[in-house]
Design a protein around this ligand. Structure first.
Ligand code: AP5
Ligand code: MG
Length: 218
């Protein structure tokens, strides 16, 4: 029986979004990215967005209770009934404990955590080179996976945007937050025997080619 909750762990720029998008398409389950949901709230200027904006710009984590609330609401929607991919959540021990309690309460079994390991020295280049389609969310990279036409999405012609937090100062802070608050989750899931490790230094397609069949059977 496949795990219903797939969790993508990894440093900023490890490729969580890139792989979670493919897995979501291939397995027919939604990708739930807390980063994307928070950015959407910032764009709309909702009270949640206003609270999150300062933290995101500083490269710090948004408070646990805020993020847990939006995930619980999203996981309860009908399209997540058969399973879901959590991209960038949990990223603190209290968030991981919240996931355990939520899955238990809903009778949805154990999660499976996929840890994407990447050498730290490539992360900065990946993040400063990232461009994301404003229409479909496709992720590009000017160094590693450029669009055919500069600044334009290959799929729908949408404008490619840079993220506000992909500047060097904020990236450094995001890495500090990752190392201090999120990396302990690797051991958390390893001890529970719920961890699958992936070499994120390979090409995105190469990673997906082995990861997706594994997840279909996991
Ligand atoms: P979030 O949006 O989750 O950002 P992040 O964790 O910093 O991760 P990224 O989205 O930057 O990287 P990614 O691993 O998805 O990489 P991607 O696939 O895009 O969070 C942003 C902020 O929101 C946080 O700082 C925090 O403030 C807040 N937040 C979010 N969730 C929270 C939570 N749970 N709790 C508290 N606060 C929270 O790839 C990056 C680039 O590399 C792309 O250009 C891509 O094309 C390229 N690439 C990908 N894979 C490869 C590869 N294999 N080889 C070469 N290039 C590759
Ligand atoms: Mg991402």
């Amino acid at each position: 029986m496949r795990a219903q909750a797939l969790i993508f762990l990894g440093a900023p720029g490890a490729g969580k979004g890139t792989q979670a998008r493919e897995v979501s398409k291939e397995l027919g389950i939604p990708q739930i990215s807390t980063g994307d949901m928070l950015r959407e709230a910032v764009k709309k200027g909702t009270p949640l967005g206003l609270e999150a904006k300062r933290k995101m710009e500083a490269g710090e984590l948004v408070p646990d209770e805020v993020v847990c609330g939006i995930v619980e609401e999203r996981v309860g929607q009908p399209d997540a009934a058969k399973g879901f991919v959590l991209d960038g959540f949990p990223r603190t021990i209290p968030q991981a404990q919240f996931v355990d309690a939520m899955l238990e309460r809903k009778g949805r079994g154990n999660p499976l955590a996929v840890n994407i390991r990447v050498d730290e020295d490539v992360l900065l280049k990946r993040l400063t080179g990232r461009r994301t389609c404003s229409v479909c969310g496709e992720i590009y990279n000017v160094h590693f996976n450029p669009p055919r036409v500069d600044g334009i999405c290959d799929k729908d012609g949408g404008k490619l945007l840079e993220r506000a937090d992909d500047n060097e100062t904020t990236i450094r802070q995001r890495l500090v937050a990752y190392n201090n608050q999120t990396s302990p989750l690797i051991d958390y899931y390893r001890k529970k025997k719920l961890l699958h490790e992936v070499n994120g230094n390979l090409e995105p397609d190469q990673i997906a080619r082995t990861l997706i069949p594994f997840l279909k059977g996991a």
